[in-house]
Design a protein around this ligand. Structure first.
Ligand SMILES: [Mn+2]
Length: 224
Protein backbone atom coordinates (compact mmCIF):
# COMPACT_ATOMS: atom_id res chain seq x y z
CA UNK A 1 0.00 0.00 0.00
CA UNK A 2 1.39 3.37 -1.00
CA UNK A 3 1.10 6.57 0.95
CA UNK A 4 -0.64 9.81 0.10
CA UNK A 5 1.41 13.01 0.34
CA UNK A 6 -0.69 16.18 0.44
CA UNK A 7 1.21 19.44 -0.16
CA UNK A 8 0.18 23.03 0.56
CA UNK A 9 0.62 26.05 -1.72
CA UNK A 10 3.78 25.54 -3.80
CA UNK A 11 3.57 28.84 -5.74
CA UNK A 12 6.31 28.05 -8.26
CA UNK A 13 8.86 26.97 -5.63
CA UNK A 14 10.26 23.96 -7.52
CA UNK A 15 13.43 23.49 -5.43
CA UNK A 16 11.47 23.35 -2.18
CA UNK A 17 8.98 20.91 -3.74
CA UNK A 18 11.84 18.58 -4.61
CA UNK A 19 13.45 19.05 -1.18
CA UNK A 20 10.16 18.21 0.51
CA UNK A 21 9.48 15.11 -1.59
CA UNK A 22 13.00 13.87 -0.83
CA UNK A 23 12.41 14.42 2.90
CA UNK A 24 9.13 12.47 2.60
CA UNK A 25 10.98 9.65 0.78
CA UNK A 26 8.31 10.11 -1.89
CA UNK A 27 8.22 7.15 -4.28
CA UNK A 28 6.28 7.99 -7.45
CA UNK A 29 5.91 4.29 -8.28
CA UNK A 30 3.65 3.64 -5.28
CA UNK A 31 2.92 6.91 -3.44
CA UNK A 32 0.28 9.42 -4.42
CA UNK A 33 0.99 13.15 -4.57
CA UNK A 34 -1.76 15.74 -4.19
CA UNK A 35 -1.32 19.52 -4.35
CA UNK A 36 -3.93 21.64 -2.56
CA UNK A 37 -3.69 24.14 -5.43
CA UNK A 38 -1.78 27.31 -6.35
CA UNK A 39 1.07 25.64 -8.17
CA UNK A 40 1.87 28.88 -9.99
CA UNK A 41 2.78 32.58 -9.48
CA UNK A 42 4.76 34.44 -6.78
CA UNK A 43 7.77 32.06 -6.81
CA UNK A 44 10.54 31.64 -9.40
CA UNK A 45 9.49 28.76 -11.67
CA UNK A 46 5.79 28.26 -12.40
CA UNK A 47 6.44 26.32 -15.63
CA UNK A 48 8.62 23.63 -14.04
CA UNK A 49 6.17 23.04 -11.19
CA UNK A 50 3.22 22.66 -13.57
CA UNK A 51 5.29 20.44 -15.85
CA UNK A 52 6.27 18.27 -12.87
CA UNK A 53 2.62 17.66 -12.01
CA UNK A 54 1.44 17.11 -15.58
CA UNK A 55 4.22 14.80 -16.73
CA UNK A 56 4.21 12.93 -13.40
CA UNK A 57 0.45 12.40 -13.55
CA UNK A 58 0.14 13.86 -10.04
CA UNK A 59 -3.09 15.23 -8.65
CA UNK A 60 -3.73 18.90 -7.97
CA UNK A 61 -6.76 20.84 -6.84
CA UNK A 62 -7.52 24.11 -8.62
CA UNK A 63 -6.34 27.16 -6.68
CA UNK A 64 -7.25 30.78 -7.35
CA UNK A 65 -3.88 31.40 -9.01
CA UNK A 66 -4.20 28.33 -11.22
CA UNK A 67 -7.68 29.56 -12.13
CA UNK A 68 -6.32 33.03 -12.96
CA UNK A 69 -3.88 31.43 -15.40
CA UNK A 70 -6.66 29.30 -16.87
CA UNK A 71 -8.84 32.37 -17.40
CA UNK A 72 -5.95 34.15 -19.16
CA UNK A 73 -5.54 31.16 -21.49
CA UNK A 74 -9.27 31.03 -22.21
CA UNK A 75 -9.58 34.74 -22.95
CA UNK A 76 -6.54 34.81 -25.20
CA UNK A 77 -4.51 37.87 -26.13
CA UNK A 78 -1.02 38.56 -24.96
CA UNK A 79 -0.06 36.41 -21.97
CA UNK A 80 1.77 37.63 -18.86
CA UNK A 81 5.26 36.12 -18.35
CA UNK A 82 4.41 33.09 -16.14
CA UNK A 83 1.52 32.04 -18.37
CA UNK A 84 3.65 32.45 -21.49
CA UNK A 85 6.42 30.34 -19.90
CA UNK A 86 3.94 27.58 -19.01
CA UNK A 87 2.46 27.60 -22.53
CA UNK A 88 5.90 27.45 -24.10
CA UNK A 89 6.84 24.43 -21.97
CA UNK A 90 3.59 22.50 -22.02
CA UNK A 91 1.63 23.71 -25.04
CA UNK A 92 -1.48 25.86 -24.98
CA UNK A 93 -4.11 23.19 -25.48
CA UNK A 94 -2.58 20.65 -23.12
CA UNK A 95 -2.09 23.25 -20.38
CA UNK A 96 -5.58 24.69 -20.79
CA UNK A 97 -7.20 21.24 -20.74
CA UNK A 98 -5.21 20.17 -17.71
CA UNK A 99 -6.03 23.30 -15.70
CA UNK A 100 -9.70 23.13 -16.75
CA UNK A 101 -9.97 19.55 -15.49
CA UNK A 102 -8.54 20.23 -11.99
CA UNK A 103 -11.13 19.48 -9.29
CA UNK A 104 -12.26 22.11 -6.76
CA UNK A 105 -12.32 19.58 -3.91
CA UNK A 106 -11.60 15.96 -3.07
CA UNK A 107 -14.02 13.88 -1.03
CA UNK A 108 -12.34 10.59 -0.19
CA UNK A 109 -12.80 7.97 2.53
CA UNK A 110 -9.56 9.09 4.26
CA UNK A 111 -9.84 12.88 3.90
CA UNK A 112 -11.52 15.96 2.43
CA UNK A 113 -9.48 18.63 0.63
CA UNK A 114 -10.15 22.06 -0.86
CA UNK A 115 -7.88 24.95 -1.86
CA UNK A 116 -9.41 27.70 0.24
CA UNK A 117 -12.74 27.19 2.04
CA UNK A 118 -15.93 25.22 2.49
CA UNK A 119 -19.18 26.97 3.35
CA UNK A 120 -20.37 26.33 6.94
CA UNK A 121 -23.84 27.43 5.80
CA UNK A 122 -24.24 24.53 3.37
CA UNK A 123 -25.38 21.22 4.86
CA UNK A 124 -23.65 19.53 1.90
CA UNK A 125 -20.16 20.97 1.64
CA UNK A 126 -20.10 20.19 -2.09
CA UNK A 127 -22.65 22.99 -2.54
CA UNK A 128 -20.00 25.56 -1.54
CA UNK A 129 -19.62 28.21 -4.26
CA UNK A 130 -16.69 27.98 -6.67
CA UNK A 131 -15.53 31.42 -5.52
CA UNK A 132 -15.42 30.33 -1.86
CA UNK A 133 -13.60 27.11 -2.69
CA UNK A 134 -10.99 29.09 -4.64
CA UNK A 135 -10.47 32.10 -2.39
CA UNK A 136 -12.63 32.16 0.76
CA UNK A 137 -11.23 32.76 4.25
CA UNK A 138 -13.77 34.45 6.52
CA UNK A 139 -17.31 33.44 7.40
CA UNK A 140 -19.99 35.83 8.55
CA UNK A 141 -22.34 33.79 10.80
CA UNK A 142 -25.00 36.52 10.55
CA UNK A 143 -25.22 36.96 6.77
CA UNK A 144 -23.96 33.45 5.98
CA UNK A 145 -21.52 34.94 3.47
CA UNK A 146 -17.91 33.93 2.87
CA UNK A 147 -15.31 36.61 2.22
CA UNK A 148 -11.77 36.41 0.84
CA UNK A 149 -10.68 39.41 2.92
CA UNK A 150 -12.04 40.69 6.19
CA UNK A 151 -11.75 44.39 5.34
CA UNK A 152 -13.47 46.39 8.07
CA UNK A 153 -16.33 43.90 8.51
CA UNK A 154 -17.11 42.97 12.09
CA UNK A 155 -17.99 39.59 13.57
CA UNK A 156 -16.22 37.46 10.96
CA UNK A 157 -14.68 34.13 11.90
CA UNK A 158 -12.23 31.88 10.06
CA UNK A 159 -14.48 29.54 8.04
CA UNK A 160 -12.85 26.37 9.41
CA UNK A 161 -13.67 27.33 13.00
CA UNK A 162 -17.34 27.32 12.05
CA UNK A 163 -17.52 24.25 9.84
CA UNK A 164 -19.04 21.05 11.31
CA UNK A 165 -16.61 18.96 9.25
CA UNK A 166 -13.78 20.27 11.45
CA UNK A 167 -15.39 18.17 14.19
CA UNK A 168 -15.93 15.19 11.88
CA UNK A 169 -14.26 11.85 11.36
CA UNK A 170 -11.92 12.77 8.53
CA UNK A 171 -9.01 15.19 8.27
CA UNK A 172 -9.96 18.31 6.30
CA UNK A 173 -7.02 19.80 4.39
CA UNK A 174 -6.89 23.26 2.88
CA UNK A 175 -4.36 25.90 1.81
CA UNK A 176 -4.56 29.51 0.56
CA UNK A 177 -4.25 31.19 3.97
CA UNK A 178 -0.52 31.44 4.57
CA UNK A 179 0.63 31.35 8.17
CA UNK A 180 3.97 31.01 9.92
CA UNK A 181 2.50 28.13 11.89
CA UNK A 182 -0.16 25.65 10.83
CA UNK A 183 -3.69 26.93 11.19
CA UNK A 184 -5.57 24.06 12.85
CA UNK A 185 -8.97 23.58 14.37
CA UNK A 186 -10.21 20.11 15.15
CA UNK A 187 -9.71 18.04 11.99
CA UNK A 188 -9.09 21.09 9.79
CA UNK A 189 -5.46 21.71 8.83
CA UNK A 190 -4.13 24.53 6.63
CA UNK A 191 -0.96 23.39 4.86
CA UNK A 192 -0.05 26.83 3.42
CA UNK A 193 2.97 27.90 5.45
CA UNK A 194 4.14 30.66 3.12
CA UNK A 195 6.99 28.99 1.20
CA UNK A 196 6.90 31.71 -1.46
CA UNK A 197 7.26 34.36 1.26
CA UNK A 198 10.34 32.73 2.76
CA UNK A 199 8.37 30.52 5.18
CA UNK A 200 8.10 26.75 4.80
CA UNK A 201 6.59 24.21 2.43
CA UNK A 202 4.41 21.68 4.26
CA UNK A 203 3.16 18.18 3.53
CA UNK A 204 0.87 15.80 5.37
CA UNK A 205 1.44 12.09 4.89
CA UNK A 206 -1.40 9.56 5.06
CA UNK A 207 -2.02 7.07 6.54
CA UNK A 208 0.80 7.98 8.94
CA UNK A 209 -0.87 11.32 9.83
CA UNK A 210 2.57 12.92 9.85
CA UNK A 211 3.52 16.53 9.10
CA UNK A 212 6.73 17.15 7.13
CA UNK A 213 8.10 20.65 6.50
CA UNK A 214 11.03 22.13 4.62
CA UNK A 215 12.33 25.69 4.96
CA UNK A 216 12.05 28.01 1.96
CA UNK A 217 15.22 28.82 0.04
CA UNK A 218 13.88 32.31 -0.48
CA UNK A 219 14.59 35.27 1.78
CA UNK A 220 11.72 36.33 4.00
CA UNK A 221 9.99 38.93 1.86
CA UNK A 222 7.64 40.46 4.35
CA UNK A 223 5.57 39.52 7.35
CA UNK A 224 2.56 37.36 6.57
MN1 LIG B 1 -4.64 30.66 -3.05
Amino acid sequence: MGRTVIIGDIHACLDELKDLLRLCSFDASCDRLISLGDLVHKGPDSASVVEFFITGGHQALLGNHDDAMLQALIHGGELYPEAAACVQRIGLERLRNWLASRPLYLDEPEFIAVHAALDPGQADFRQTSRKAMLSGRWYDPVSGKIHAKAGDRKGLRPWFQCHPLAQGERPLFFGHWAGKELRRHGQAVCLDTGCCYGGRLSAWILPEQRLVQIPSRRPRQYDY
